[in-house]
Design a protein around this ligand. Structure first.
Ligand code: RB5
Length: 171
């Protein structure tokens, strides 16, 4: 049996069963559309459950609309984590972090991706389609999908973020 944060492989009577542990919500604006397509192809290849909340072309749209759809997918419990792509990765992160319980982290390299999971328990990765080539983006995605959260002293800090949410968020 192999342990993996995304799925678990096990065999019953010689039959290989792959149980998904994670369902990813994806969204982009026009500037992130092409990179999102590359990420979706990669998730398909790896057999990772996902859903694309749009947009569906490179026609100009507003990133807030698509980030909101994907975040609602997480708040409804249908999706566990999200990957959002805009031009820089920044606008998507700003919107996503307006939702309770979302810890969106814009990552531009493997180190940030690893830390975002180990220390911040990131549940939303944001990427810049105008700054990252596909291979680098996939490297970041891979690390983000497979790195665990360390908990411990980091949980105390995340609990403080939750308390700030309680004070400042109405819903
Ligand atoms: C769109 O031009 C661009 O502003 C958007 O994709 C994003 O980078 C915003 O943060």
């Amino acid at each position: 049996m192999t342990h993996n944060l995304v799925y678990e492989d096990f065999w019953v009577c010689g039959i290989h069963i792959k149980e998904m542990k994670m369902n990813i919500a994806l969204a982009s604006d026009h500037a992130g559309y092409e990179l999102k397509r590359g990420i979706i192809a990669y998730l398909k290849e790896k057999g990772i459950a996902h859903w694309d909340f749009g947009c569906d072309s490179e026609e100009s749209v507003d990133y807030a609309d698509y980030a909101e759809k994907a975040m609602n997918g997480i708040l409804s419990g249908e999706h566990d984590r999200a990957i959002l792509v805009c031009g820089s990765g920044l606008g998507m992160a700003i919107v996503a972090n307006k939702f309770r319980g979302i810890r969106a982290t814009p990552c531009t390299d493997g180190y940030l991706s690893e830390m975002s999971r180990r220390h911040n328990d990131s549940n939303c990765l944001t990427l810049g389609g105008r700054i990252l080539p596909l291979d680098e983006a996939l490297h970041i995605v891979d690390i983000w999908l497979e790195t665990g959260y360390e908990g411990g002293r980091h949980q105390r800090r995340i609990d403080k973020i939750s308390r700030i949410e309680e004070k400042n968020f109405k819903a």
